[in-house]
Design a protein. Sequence first.
Lengths: 211, 182
Amino acid sequence: MKTEQLVEALVADGTAGARPLARSIVLALAGGIAVSLVVFFLTLGIRPDIRSALATWRFDLKVVMVLLGLVLAFGVCRDCARPDLPRHPLRRLLPLLVLVVAAVAIELALVPEPSWRQRLVGSNSMICLPMVPLFSLAPLVAVLAMLRRAAPASPALAGAAAGLLAALSGASLYAFHCFDDSPLFVATWYSLATLAMVAVGAVAGHRLLRW
Amino acid sequence: MACPDDLSALMRLARQGDDDAYRRLLDRVAIRLRLVVRRGLAAAGRGQSECEDIVQEALLAMHLKRDTWDGQRPIEPWLRAIAQHKLMDYLRRRGLRDHVDIDEWSNAPELAVEVGTPAAIDSRRLLESLPERQRTIVREISLEGHSAADVAARLGMSEGAVRVALHRALKALAAFYRRERP
C-alpha cells in the first residue's frame, strides 16, 4: 500500500467527534470509583461518628489532603497520557507535598512528644494498608484500560501516574472510614499504600501501555 | 480558509469534520515524517528500504491517537513526539533483533539482505491477511478512491458498518506493525 492510499483510508475513517483526553480519564475514573464505592460500603462503610468528626480540624485536613492529591494526580495522569510529556510532570504534586509537610509540622508542634508514637501507629494501620489498595483496584483497571487508547511518552510512567490517581481515589474513600485522623498517621500509612499502587501501576503500564 | 501550512489549524478543521483539511494535513505530515525518518535511519546507519513502513506506522498512530493532542497547544511538538517514538521503537526492536542475530548466527554468512523497494512492504502483506470484507473495503476506499457511501451501496452494507469495518482494519494494521514486524 502506498502512503497516499493509506491517507485516503485515514480520511475516510474521519476525525470528527474528538473526545478530549481529560474527559475520557474522568469517565474511566468515575466508573472505577463507582465500583469501589460499592466495595467500600460492603466492607468498611463510613465511620459512625462522621458528624462529630466533620467538626474536627484533623478530619477535615485529612479529607482536604486526599482530595487535593486526587485533583493533582489527575493532572499528572493526563500529562503522562500524551506523547509530548512536559519536562517536569511531577511538579504538579508540589502543593500536596507542602500541605503534608505543613500538616505534620503542626501536629508535631501541638502534640507532646510521648504521644507521637501512638498517633503515628494509630489503631488502623493494618486495615489501612490493605484496604486503600483494595479500593484502588477498580479505578486502576479502568484508568489503565482507558490509557491503552492514549499515547503515553513513557508507558511505565503513565502506569505509575494511573496507580497514583487510583490510590488517591481509594484513599479518599478510606478516609471516611478511618478513625486515625492525625497527620502523622495519614502521611505515613496512606503514603505507603499509595507507593504500593504506584509500583503496581508502573509495572502494569510498562506491559500494557506500549504503542 | 486556514493558512495551508498551519498544521494546528488544519487539525482543528479536521476535528470539525473537514475531510479536505485532514487530507492536506496528512499529506504535509507524511512529507515531514519521511524527512525525519530518513535522517534517523541514516544516523542509525540503517538502510532506507523500510522508511515508508515507519512513515505509515507513524501516520496510523497519529490518526488512532489523535485525541491525545491538546487543541490549545501547537501540534508540531505532538507530531514530533509521535514520529520520534515510532522511530525509536523501530530502531530498538531492530537493535534487539540484530543482537539476537549476532548471538545465534555469529558464524553464519550474511543473512539479512535489504530489499530495495521504496514502498511500504508490510502493509501489503497485512492487507492480504485481513478478513475478506475488510480487505475489500480498504481496497475500494484507499486504492480506488471510492467514498464510504459508495462502497456501502456496492456491498449492500450500511455506511456505518463500512466505517466500523474500516476502523477495525486500521487498528489491525497498527497492531500488526507493533507485533509482527521484527
